[in-house]
Design a protein around this ligand. Structure first.
Ligand code: FE
Length: 178
């Protein structure tokens, strides 16, 4: 009996030690920037946005600013691809909806997906306009006006600074897209 009791006690100590080790290994708190990025978390505070955006992007996207016409990097872009949010990477507009409005800002007659942008009444600066925001991170993108080409009749007038262009994949060698 004495031998059996000692053997059982030893096994119990081993089980307790394993449980403690398991609890330590399962720490759910991300320990590095890389781990935080892998969880796909967005910046939440103004200070966090200032760290990931340029001063000009912050002024436009988080303070509802506007870039000067004919100065942005995408108003003349005609390549095929997607325009994603410069703040969070959500796809916002596609090149097939882009057209030259002559305004000096990237202009689109539709969105990549209606649920990817939020539209909101904006009466600032003595005007009645409709503001366009990224539905994921809340970034100000620009405005939408009812003077675009058919069939939509819409003109999404967007700041280049709020966008990042992702070119479409090139056709493989020997292939043709015609
Ligand atoms: Fe966004």
């Amino acid at each position: 009996m004495q031998m059996n009791w000692r053997a059982g006690s030893g096994a119990a100590v081993c089980v307790v030690a394993m449980l403690v080790a398991t609890a330590w290994a399962a720490d759910p708190v991300p320990r590095s920037k890389e781990q935080a990025a892998m969880t796909n978390e967005l910046p939440k505070t103004d200070a966090e946005w200032k760290k990931v955006l340029t001063p000009e992007q912050y002024r436009i996207m988080r303070e509802k600013g506007t870039e000067r016409a004919f100065t942005g990097r995408y108003y003349q872009t005609k390549e095929k691809g997607d325009y994603v949010c410069a703040g969070c990477g959500q796809v916002l507009f596609a090149s097939k909806e882009k057209y030259d409005s002559g305004t000096g800002w990237p202009s689109f007659c539709g969105t990549a997906a209606p649920s990817n942008v939020t539209e909101k009444a904006d009466t600032s600066h003595g005007m009645a306009r409709t503001e366009v925001l990224c539905s994921r991170c809340g970034a100000h993108l620009g405005h939408v006006f009812p003077d675009g080409p058919p069939p939509s009749g819409l003109r999404y007038c967007i700041n280049s600074e709020a966008l990042s262009f992702r070119p479409a994949a090139k056709p493989e060698a020997g292939g043709s897209d015609r």
